[in-house]
Ligand binder design. Structure first.
Ligand code: ADP
Ligand code: ZN
Length: 218
């Protein structure tokens, strides 16, 4: 199963990709996570990406596309993968199509999580992340048992530098300008399923497994 998740920041792509990758035993490839890891490890790529990310701008295609195509070589993608946060503009989408064609594999379905701005802003501004295992919490919707501490591993919870109201606005603008047109791109390829990103994550998961089930049977 090979899936692309599209949707604005805060649509719940990461949460849904986590659940789906567990369920189908496929790799979860989140470009934001990959880039944050590079930044944390202070690699050459991380140093180049850092300022763009802090400002809520896209990291240049020349860096991101190479990173993703390399990641797709990893054996854990054999059974399939779910792309979360990539592609983010038309050039990335075209390069992805070309890269997959070279590998003789195809995307089964692109899912667009249509999400209201009100939900997005509430989710992003309350989001907290574990420094060790990257589990995602929300101070109101999904609070940890002990404030500031990860339930899963005891790690420290932090707020992403780009989860402040000013950078959230910038990220939404970039999404509208660069990423939103991908909805039509994938609609044109007849591979788009539109779901609501506003609903509860478990309900959404249930709906998506039904859609994928039909897709596999077809
Ligand atoms: P969100 O979807 O909540 O904005 P991500 O974790 O997906 O968060 O991305 C965080 C940041 O990482 C983006 O604002 C951007 O700077 C960078 N980034 C992630 N994916 C890409 C991509 N495909 N192309 C360019 N930059 C990216
Ligand atoms: Zn943790």
């Amino acid at each position: 199963m090979r899936i692309i998740l599209l949707g604005p920041p805060g649509a719940g792509k990461g949460t849904q990709a986590d659940i789906l990758s567990d369920h189908y035993n496929i790799a979860h490839i989140a470009t934001g996570d990959l880039l944050r890891e590079e930044v944390d490890n202070d690699t050459a790529l991380g140093q180049k990406a850092k300022e763009y990310m802090r400002k809520g701008e896209l990291v240049p295609d020349s860096l991101v596309i190479k990173m993703v195509l390399k990641r797709l070589e990893n054996p854990d993608t054999k059974n399939g993968f779910i792309l979360d946060g990539f592609p983010r503009n038309i050039n990335q989408a075209r390069e992805l199509s070309a890269g997959l064609k070279d590998k003789k594999i195809e995307i089964d379905l692109t899912v667009y999580l249509e999400t209201s701005e009100e939900v997005i802003i509430k989710r992003l501004s309350g989001r907290r992340i574990c420094r060790s295992c990257r589990a995602v919490y929300h101070i109101v919707n999904v609070p940890p048992k002990v404030e500031g501490v990860c339930d899963r591993c005891g790690g420290e919870l932090y707020q992403r530098v780009d989860d402040n109201s000013q950078t959230i606005k910038k990220r939404l603008m970039v999404y509208e300008q660069e990423t939103a047109s991908l909805i039509d791109f994938y609609k044109g390829l007849d591979k788009l399923y539109v779901a609501s990103g506003d609903i509860d994550a478990q309900q959404l998961f249930h709906n998506l497994t039904e859609v994928f089930g039909k897709k596999i049977a077809a």
